[in-house]
Design a protein around this ligand. Structure first.
Ligand SMILES: [Zn+2]
Length: 276
């Protein structure tokens, strides 16, 4: 499943190709995604201008001005969704479900074999939807800091890793990124959240940003089917320090990496480098 770094990579690849462009037409070949693509989408978006491509958590938000006013096309890639931008588009492939033709001849195609993705239209100047409401801050927002994390962890016995992966606390910290961040912050994944000191929480905030920034920089991916905006394979991996390394020696101290299941997810850590 594409994680935040992949979605951000896609956003950065796509925005310069589509922002400022006018949509000539939208064709929906198969609208049976996780929720049906609105039947009115082609008429809503005909003649609309795309003003920006933003990201919130793992949602891409295409901000547009339509003939009926401003709105946002919300896109989630689900498990296997991908977007491709073409100047000279080849023939449509199987599982190319939605196609946007732009005024400069650019074609944007949404491809999704398993169809768990979502494409919804949110009318109005500010995107609002139950999928977006209630999400915690973005990891790179100033609002996500040690003081904030303290208010969300105080008194809680839930494992810090489970809290970190909760989208209502902070978005975009998937299993891999949580494990790697906890290693860098020297915090054991199973530690009750309320027992992590403020200094360690501050280290954790820094580590989360560092790990995500590195993954974005590498155009990171956790999915084989991920394809970036140029249509190139985008499967670059972080050099994991603990994730997926159970039994292997810690890259820092040589101690065998341990794995403990937390909230049904594997949670690798170094017992020496992450003492508590
Ligand atoms: Zn170690």
């Amino acid at each position: 499943m594409p994680e935040l770094p992949e979605v951000e990579t896609i956003r950065r690849g796509i925005e310069p190709r589509v922002a400022g462009r006018r949509i000539l037409s939208v064709r929906v070949y198969d609208g049976r995604l996780r929720w049906p693509v609105p039947l009115t989408l082609p008429s809503l978006l005909a003649d609309a201008r795309i003003v920006a491509v933003e990201r919130r958590s793992k949602y891409l938000l295409f901000r547009a001005i339509t003939t009926a006013g401003p709105g946002t096309l919300l896109l989630h890639l689900g498990m296997t969704g991908s977007l491709r931008v073409f100047t000279n588009a080849p023939a449509r492939r199987r599982h190319d479900h939605v196609e946007f033709s732009l005024d400069d001849g650019t074609l944007v195609r949404y491809h999704d074999p398993r169809r768990f993705g979502s494409m919804l239209w949110l009318p109005g100047p500010a995107p609002s939807h139950p999928l977006l409401d209630g999400l915690g801050p973005e990891p790179f927002d100033a609002a996500f800091d040690a003081g904030y994390l303290r208010t969300r962890t105080r008194g809680r016995r839930t494992a810090i890793k489970v809290v970190l992966m909760d989208n209502r606390v902070v978005v975009g910290v998937g299993n891999i990124y949580a494990a790697e961040s906890l290693f860098r912050a020297a915090v054991r994944p199973a530690t009750p959240a309320g027992r992590v000191s403020r200094a360690r929480l501050a280290a954790l905030v820094d580590a989360v940003r560092q790990v995500l920034a590195e993954a974005i920089e590498k155009g990171g991916s956790t999915l084989r089917d991920f394809v970036d905006a140029e249509g190139a394979a985008g499967h670059f991996q972080l050099d994991y320090r603990v994730y997926g390394r159970e039994g292997e020696p810690c890259r820092v101290c040589g101690t065998p990496i341990r794995n403990r299941r937390l909230g049904q997810r594997s949670s690798c850590y170094c017992p020496a480098c992450q003492p508590r």
